[in-house]
Ligand binder design. Structure first.
Ligand code: DMJ
Length: 663
C-alpha cells in the first residue's frame, strides 16, 4: 500500500520507540514488531527507513551484551550443578538423596537447554547488529543511499532487463508482467505532484479499477454461459452476436485483457479453447484488417505476455492462412477480404466495398506479422507486411499526410483527396511510430515518416475554436470539414507516445502541448454528453465560444476506446490525477447507461438516457481495448502493470513485446 511508508516512519511502531526502557528500568527485549522492522531494513528500501537506524543500534548492542552476560552466569551455574551431581559423596546418599540427585540432574538439563538457547539468541542478535552496521556504513553519513550507487543500481537493472532474452522458450510462466509494486510512483510524476496527491488519486481509483474488472467478468460470465466459442454475444438478448469468421473472436480479442487484469483462471480456460477448439477452416471470407488486429494481434499478444507456445503456434497458422492475400506484385497490399479456409488453388483474397486499397487497412499489418517472424525465425511474414507499408510510402512520395484511398495498380496513386486521422486513415499513422518502437528504435525510416506526418497535421488539420477546443479536422478537396470522429481521438495519445520515443534532439515541444489539448477536447465529447458517453462524430464551430463550439454530428456510440486510450497515455507519462478522474467519469457513464443483462451495449443516441437506446450489439474491442485502457488508467502505477519500455500496443490494445535482437 502506498501509505505504508509514512506509517513506518512516524507511527507508533517506529523501531526507535519500541526499544526504549521498559517499566522495570531494564531495556525491554525487542518485540515481534521490532524484529520485523529490523528485517525490513535488511530487505526493503533502505533509504526510506534508514534515519531510524542510529537510535536502534545502541540498544541492540546492550541487549546483545546483556544476553552474553546471562549466558555466562547460566554456564557457571550449570558447571557448579554438574560438579555437585558428579561428586563421589552423593553416591552414598539415601533415597532422599537420590531424589535430590534426580532433581539436580533435571535442573542441570534445563540449565543446559537454557544456556544453548541464550547463546543462540545472542549470536542472532550480534549477527543482526553486524548487518545493520554494515548497512549503515554503506548508506553513508546522511543515511541516504549515495546517488552514484542508485545510478549504478539503475544501470544494472536496465542492462539486466535488456540482456534478458525474450521469446517463447524463456517465458513459460505467468509471471512475465511485473505486478504493481506498492507506492512506487515514477520520478517524472513526483516532479509535478506530491506523493500525497498521487496516493490520493490512486486510492480514489481503487473502486473504479475493481468496477472495471467486475465489468469484464460480467461480460465473460455471460459469454461463457451463452455464447462460448462464438465470435460475439448480444448484450441485451444474450443471443449469438455477429459472425466474424467462426473463430471465437471474442476469446482471441480478450486474452490480453484477462492477462493484464490477472484473471488467470479465465485465461487458462481460454488457452485450452485455443489449443483444442480454435479452427480457421470454416471462416469464409473475413476482413484482412480486423483479423490482423483482433485475432492475429490477440494471439501474438497472448504469446508475448504468457510465453505459452500454443499461442505462437496458432498465430503462425493464422498468418500462414493470411499470407496468400498479399499481392505478389507492386503495390504489395493485402486483399481486403481473405478466406482463411481456402483450399489450395482456390481464390483466397477478394476486394471489399471499396475497389482500391484503404490506407488504414493496408498500413496496419507490421506489428503483428513482424512479431510472428521474430518469434518463429521465418522472415516471410514481416517482409510481406513491410512491403505493403513501403508501397504506401512510395506512393506518398515524400509527403507525410496522405489521402486514405489508394489504387491497387502500379504505379500506386491516390484515388481520393480525403485526408483524415479518423476512419480509413488512423492506424496507418499509428503504426509508423509503433513499428519504430517495436524495432527498439533501430529502423528510423518509419519514425521519419511519422514525424513528417505529424508536423503536416499540425499545420493543416489542427485548429482551435474560440471557446478553446483544439481539434483535428478532416480535410476533403483541400477544405477542412471541421468534423472530428471518435476514431481520430487516438492521435492525442499517439502524439505524446511518439514524442517520448523519438530522440530528444528531434522532439518538438508542440507535440506534447497538442497531445494534451486534443485529449482534453476528446474528453469533452463525453463530458458534454448527458450520458457522459461520447458520440461517434463531433462538428466544431471555430468562431463560437464554449459550449457552442462543439455539436454532435453522429450521435451513436459503439463504446469505442480512442478517447480513453489517449487519456491513458497522458496519465502514463504525466501522472496528472485529472486524467484518472476523466476516466472515472467516463466509466460511471458506461456503467449507468450501457450495462445490460448480458454485457454492455452501444448507444443509438448518446443524448438519450433511457434504456431503449441501448443497442443489442457489443464489439469485441470493448473488452480488448476500452476496458483494458480503463483498467490501466485506474492502476496505481500503470507502468508497473504494463511497461511501455517492454511492450507496444497494437491498434487493438494488444501488447506486443518490443524486439531486442535475435533469439
Ligand atoms: C479498433 O478495432 C481499433 O482501434 C482500430 O484501429 C479502429 N478502431 C477500433 C475501435 O474503435
Amino acid at each position: 500500500m502506498a501509505g505504508g511508508r509514512g506509517a513506518d516512519k512516524h507511527g507508533p511502531s517506529a523501531p526507535g520507540k519500541k526499544l526504549q526502557r521498559g517499566s522495570t528500568g531494564r531495556r525491554a527485549l525487542p518485540s515481534d514488531k521490532d524484529l520485523k522492522s529490523v528485517r525490513k531494513v535488511r530487505q526493503g528500501d533502505a533509504g526510506i527507513i534508514a534515519p531510524e537506524l542510529p537510535s536502534m543500534l545502541l540498544p541492540m548492542k546492550y541487549i546483545a551484551l546483556g544476553m552474553l552476560a546471562v549466558a555466562l552466569v547460566c554456564s557457571w551455574q550449570f558447571v557448579l550443578l554438574n560438579r555437585s551431581a558428579d561428586s563421589p559423596s552423593t553416591m552414598h546418599l539415601t533415597s532422599v538423596g537420590s531424589l535430590l540427585e534426580a532433581n539436580i540432574s533435571a535442573l542441570a538439563a534445563q540449565q543446559k537447554g537454557l544456556v544453548s538457547l541464550v547463546v543462540r539468541l545472542s549470536e542472532e542478535m550480534l549477527k543482526e547488529h553486524d548487518e545493520i552496521q554494515s548497512l549503515r556504513a554503506r548508506l553513508g553519513p546522511t543515511g541516504q543511499p549515495p546517488a552514484d550507487k542508485i545510478a549504478e543500481l539503475r544501470d544494472m537493472v536496465s542492462s539486466l532487463k535488456a540482456s534478458a532474452p525474450s521469446g517463447p522458450q524463456l517465458r513459460g510462466s505467468a509471471a512475465v508482467l511485473p505486478r504493481p509494486k506498492p507506492g512506487g510512483f515514477p520520478q517524472e510524476w513526483l516532479q509535478k505532484f506530491s506523493q500525497q496527491e498521487l496516493e490520493a488519486s490512486a486510492k480514489e481509483a481503487e473502486k473504479w479499477r475493481d468496477g472495471v474488472k467486475g465489468a469484464f467478468q460480467h461480460v465473460w460470465r455471460n459469454y461463457r454461459k451463452r455464447a462460448w466459442g462464438l465470435d460475439e454475444i448480444r448484450p441485451v438478448s444474450g443471443a449469438e452476436g455477429r459472425r466474424w469468421g467462426n473463430m471465437g473472436l471474442m476469446i482471441l480479442d480478450s486474452l490480453s485483457t484477462m492477462w493484464v487484469m490477472g484473471l488467470k483462471e479465465e485465461f487458462d480456460e481460454a488457452e485450452k479453447w485455443v489449443e483444442t477448439s480454435l479452427s480457421f477452416e470454416n471462416s469464409g471470407f473475413v476482413s484482412f484488417f480486423e483479423t490482423t488486429i483482433r485475432a492475429l494481434g490477440g494471439l501474438c499478444s497472448a504469446h508475448a505476455l504468457s510465453g505459452r507456445p500454443v499461442f505462437l503456434k496458432r498465430a503462425q497458422e493464422l498468418a500462414d492462412r493470411m499470407l496468400p492475400a498479399f499481392a505478389p506484385h507492386e503495390p504489395a497490399f493485402p486483399a481486403s477480404q481473405v478466406d482463411l479456409g481456402a483450399k489450395p488453388g482456390s481464390e483466397s483474397g477478394k476486394q471489399g466495398w471499396f475497389g482500391g486499397a484503404v490506407l488504414a487497412e493496408v498500413g496496419t499489418v507490421q506489428l503483428e506479422f513482424r512479431y510472428v517472424s521474430q518469434m518463429t525465425g521465418n522472415p516471410i511474414y514481416g517482409e510481406k507486411a513491410d512491403a505493403s507499408m513501403r508501397s504506401i510510402i512510395k506512393a506518398a512520395n515524400g509527403k507525410g499526410l496522405i489521402p486514405w484511398g489508394l489504387s491497387r495498380t502500379s504505379p500506386t496513386r491516390f484515388v481520393n483527396s480525403h485526408v483524415t486521422m479518423g476512419a480509413m486513415g488512423d492506424s496507418y499513422y499509428e503504426y509508423l511510430i509503433k513499428t519504430y518502437v517495436q524495432t527498439d528504435h533501430k529502423e528510423v525510416e518509419w519514425k521519419d515518416v511519422w514525424k513528417k506526418a505529424m508536423s503536416e497535421m499540425q499545420q493543416r488539420l489542427v485548429r482551435k475554436t474560440q471557446g478553446g477546443l483544439t481539434y483535428v479536422s478532416d480535410e476533403q478537396n483541400e477544405f477542412l470539414t471541421d468534423d472530428m470522429g471518435h476514431l481520430a481521438c487516438f492521435i492525442g495519445g499517439n502524439l505524446i507516445y511518439g514524442s517520448r520515443h523519438i530522440p530528444e534532439t528531434e522532439r518538438d515541444a508542440s507535440w506534447e502541448r497538442d497531445a494534451a489539448e486534443i485529449t482534453e477536447t476528446c474528453f469533452q465529447f463525453y463530458h458534454r454528453s448527458p450520458t457522459h458517453v461520447g458520440p461517434e462524430v463531433e462538428r466544431f464551430i471555430p468562431k463560437a465560444s464554449s459550449p457552442g463550439d462543439m455539436e454532435i454530428q453522429l450521435a451513436h456510440s459503439l463504446l469505442r476506446p480512442e478517447v480513453i486510450e489517449s487519456i491513458f497515455y497522458m496519465l502514463y507519462y504525466t501522472g496528472d490525477p485529472k486524467y484518472r478522474r476523466m476516466c472515472g467519469e467516463i466509466f460511471e457513464g458506461l456503467e449507468k447507461y450501457t450495462r445490460t443483462t448480458y454485457g454492455y451495449g452501444g448507444l443509438y443516441d448518446v443524448r438519450q438516457t433511457g434504456h431503449a437506446h441501448v443497442k443489442d450489439e457489443m464489439e469485441t474491442f470493448f473488452l480488448a481495448e476500452t476496458l483494458k485502457y480503463l483498467y490501466l488508467c485506474f492502476s496505481e502505477n500503470p507502468r508497473e502493470t504494463l511497461d511501455l519500455e517492454e511492450f507496444v500496443f497494437n491498434t487493438e490494445a494488444h501488447p506486443i513485446r518490443i524486439f531486442r535482437g535475435k533469439q
